[in-house]
Design a protein around this ligand. Structure first.
Ligand code: PEP
Ligand code: MN
Length: 355
């Protein structure tokens, strides 16, 4: 349920509604917009008497939300949400934001070299993994805390915001301390405790879709971030594994670009695309980056390594900094062409093409 207050509602009237909901043992999310306040309910709405809420002073309407991800829905939040990371804005109708850097942080020098080149190429945020999710225990597992420190130092030295993955609840505080954006990776999309612990740090969360998750499930788990008081959510499509991985084509995963316009319709939160993990192939990064921006993504996350043959992880999908320059140039051109056309990205939200 979404309780929409009248524009003229007083603070006390909002407080009364909040009190009433809390007295039923439920939690609330209060969204104060420019014109009116909207109150969302967290928990079992059946405990609330719909008609009673509607008749309370200051209440304009109480709307039942049909999707399970109520707080992530456009019915609840009407305006597009943008997420600010230091001076960078992700979402709304801003130009695409590019996050780039190595799969793994290998040393201060490696990250500084790559960070400098991706910044010069036009990237806005530096990525790099310190806690790596790896299939094999024999592979490089990441530098852990030492890696986080390199990330913070390089971020400061190059004046660029940073993003890195947290794999375990134990490391949430450290990742929040050393990085500007906390990434939750595909394998942890279902990890309720990790999501909630990360959300409580109040930092922006880059929340990747699990490679087997349906959109409803994905948004329902993202909802846990808001339910824990954090609306700085950046969604990320990073490729799915159809039929549990039994359907193999020539790519590591299948980059589900259908998800981009679907998510944009369902939720006002920004969505970026990761063509690196989505394809697993460096030769596909450029075409799939172009396609991602054309489909309406608010940005891209791309793995870059200046010496890919020496990369300690994901060498096959890491592009060189020079290729990133080309990708950013082309994607900005695509973005500009579409946003200035007669059918800009915002028109996708009006149900065009539905029969
Ligand atoms: C990553 O971005 O470093 C990563 C491991 O991605 P994913 O969780 O999408 O596999
Ligand atoms: Mn990787």
């Amino acid at each position: 349920m979404s309780i929409v207050m009248k524009p003229s509602a007083s603070k006390d009237q909002v407080t009364e509604v909040v009190k009433m909901i809390r007295s039923s043992g439920l939690k609330v999310d209060v969204s104060s917009g420019q014109f009116q306040t909207v109150i969302g309910i967290i928990g079992d709405e059946k405990k609330i008497n719909f008609d009673q809420v509607k008749s309370m002073p200051g209440v304009y309407d109480a709307i039942q939300i049909q999707v399970p991800y109520r707080l992530m829905s456009r019915t609840y939040i009407r305006q597009n949400v943008s997420v600010k990371v230091k001076g960078i804005t992700i979402g709304e109708e801003n130009e695409p934001v590019y996050m780039a850097g190595p799969c793994s942080i290998e040393s201060y020098e490696q990250l500084y070299r790559i960070g400098k080149s991706v910044k010069e190429a036009g990237a806005h945020i530096l990525r790099g993994g310190a806690y790596k999710p790896r299939t094999s225990v024999h592979s490089f597992q990441g530098l852990g805390l030492a890696g986080l420190k390199h990330l913070q130092n390089v971020g400061k030295d190059l004046d660029i915001p940073t993003v890195t993955e947290v794999r375990s609840e134990v490391d949430v505080k450290a990742v929040a301390k050393y990085a500007d954006v906390i990434q939750i990776g595909t394998r942890n999309m279902y990890n309720q405790d990790l999501i909630e612990a990360a959300a409580r740090e109040e930092k922006p969360i880059l929340f990747k879709r699990n490679f087997s998750a349906q959109i409803d499930e994905y948004l329902s788990f993202a909802e846990r971030i808001i339910a824990n008081g954090n609306k700085k959510i950046i969604l990320c499509e990073r490729g799915i594994s159809p039929l549990g991985g039994s359907f193999k084509n020539q790519t590591r995963f299948t980059l589900d670009l259908n998800a981009v316009p679907v998510l944009r319709k369902e939720t006002p939160f920004p969505i970026i695309v990761d063509p690196s993990h989505g394809t697993g192939r460096k030769d596909l990064i450029l075409p799939m980056s172009r396609a991602a921006i054309a489909s309406g993504a608010h940005g891209l996350m791309i793995e870059v390594h200046d010496r890919p043959h020496d990369a300690l992880s994901d060498a096959n999908q890491s592009i060189q900094p020079g290729q990133l320059v080309e990708i950013i140039k082309m994607c900005n051109l695509i973005y500009k062409t579409i946003s200035e056309s007669e059918a800009p990205f915002s028109s996708d939200l009006n149900g065009n093409g539905h029969s």
